[in-house]
Unconditional design. Structure first.
Length: 203
């Protein structure tokens, strides 16, 4: 049975993951069963920087100014937020930046961070399927996707150890019940008083 409600007053959860992992789909699914506002960091960057279709150089410039987005989120008074963003942003094979710095993560006043992962095969297929929508999306092979996910996991676990943000790892297997019950699993840690010790817990 899908548990559909989560009653904690303050839940500001950041979903990070590679493009195609299913961050937005899972966030929308959770929001459809609960009262949450969804914020997408990429969309906010475009809005705040007034660049709906930026060039490659413009994209880098936008990410360089992402503190504006962090400030916008920190000033958002809604304490029921699902925030989605790329864990690592690749402009080319060897040209990338992390999606969020430790300063960004602290500044967003998060209650927890979820590193979203999926099998490289699933991510690769989703990216191919999205090509008609996102023609600028980089299509790496499955080996590279696996390596990128491993790099992403290491970076965000290390970052959250420094910032002391509770961090969970969720494998998006496209199982609807598992996705909706993410919040219930986090709540279980809250009730046990163990949330502050949760760094890299698989849920």
């Amino acid at each position: 049975m899908i548990v559909s409600k989560f009653n904690d007053a303050c839940m500001r959860i950041f979903f990070v993951g590679l493009p195609g992992v299913g961050k937005t789909s899972v966030a929308k699914l959770i929001a459809s069963h609960n009262s949450f506002e969804i914020l997408n960091i990429g969309d906010l960057m475009k809005q705040i920087q007034y660049a709906s279709s930026p060039s490659l150089d413009r994209k880098k410039e936008i990410f360089a100014k992402r503190a504006n987005v962090t400030k916008y989120i920190s000033e958002n008074t809604n304490n029921r937020l699902l925030i989605t963003g790329h864990g690592i942003v690749y402009f080319d094979k060897d040209d990338y930046i992390v999606g969020s710095t430790p300063e960004d993560i602290e500044g967003m006043k998060l209650s927890s961070l979820i590193i979203m992962e999926a099998s490289p095969e699933i991510i690769y297929k989703r990216r191919l399927d999205d090509m008609h929508i996102r023609s600028d999306r980089i299509i790496e092979n499955e080996k590279v996707i696996k390596e990128n996910q491993q790099n992403q996991r290491r970076y965000y676990i290390d970052t959250c150890k420094k910032t002391k943000i509770p961090t969970f790892i969720f494998n998006n297997s496209q199982n609807i019940e598992n996705s909706v019950n993410i919040l219930m699993k986090i709540q279980a840690f809250v009730k046990n008083g163990a949330l502050s010790d949760c760094i890299g817990i698989e849920i």
